[in-house]
Design a binder for this molecule. Structure first.
Ligand code: URA
Length: 209
């Protein structure tokens, strides 16, 4: 898999370009994940955002709401962004995979990690989001996001918390996925949260005030 490309600076796109991509993505059938999902969950935020956050895929609540990061992981992310001095309303938030991959179990739908094939099938949408938004910094949250953005598996612990050159006009910051913090044993939560906020603080100067 190659790294998603930043085709050209965002100023070359018309004001409604992102809405056009969103409409096309709503009908995506490039892999089978749409069959078990309610809808495509496209990214949200300003087309001119300087900071883009990339997660893994929508969860149960995001699938129903049609918006990224509105469930428990989203609440954790919102809290950490606020503690890092970042206003979420100024950020473009999206996912590597745009449909909720799940396995029905009784009344519940259990989250399943997307496969490489599914990440690749969705790469076209992330690539277009990056091209149209033209962020100055992409923050990859967790392994799936890092893999989708970088184009190959990139260990999180070894690469997190540093600003890296990615594309001609775009830097990259890798950190953990906020849902990891929710799953940790209680005694590790506070330290892991502090580290997450510390990573996100590196992104704060990229957000226009
Ligand atoms: N986890 C993600 O990676 N993205 C979401 O939108 C919600 C949970």
């Amino acid at each position: 898999m190659r790294a998603v490309q930043h085709a050209c600076p965002s100023s070359e796109y018309s004001a409604g370009a992102l809405d056009g991509v969103r409409r096309s993505a709503a009908a995506c059938r490039a892999c089978a994940l749409w069959k078990n999902a309610t809808q495509t969950v496209f990214g949200e935020g300003a087309q001119s955002a300087a900071l883009m956050l990339v997660g893994e895929q929508p969860g149960d609540q995001e699938d129903r709401a049609g918006r990224p990061f509105v469930g428990p992981a989203g609440q954790m992310l919102d809290r950490a962004l606020a503690d890092a001095g970042i206003d979420r309303r100024k950020v473009y938030v999206t996912n590597a995979v745009k449909h909720f991959k799940n396995e029905p179990r009784g009344k519940r739908r259990i989250h399943k990690k997307p496969s490489e094939r599914e990440i690749e099938a969705c790469e076209q949408w992330l690539a277009r989001e990056i091209a149209v938004v033209g962020p100055k910094l992409i923050v990859a949250l967790g392994t799936t996001a890092a893999r989708a953005v970088v184009g190959h598996p990139t260990p999180i612990e070894r690469n997190r918390g540093k600003l890296m050159k990615h594309l001609p006009h775009t830097s990259l910051l890798i950190t953990v996925h906020p849902s990891m913090l929710l799953r940790l044993p209680q005694e590790y939560k506070a330290g892991a949260y502090r580290q997450f906020v510390k990573d996100l603080k590196l992104a704060a100067p990229f957000v226009e005030t």
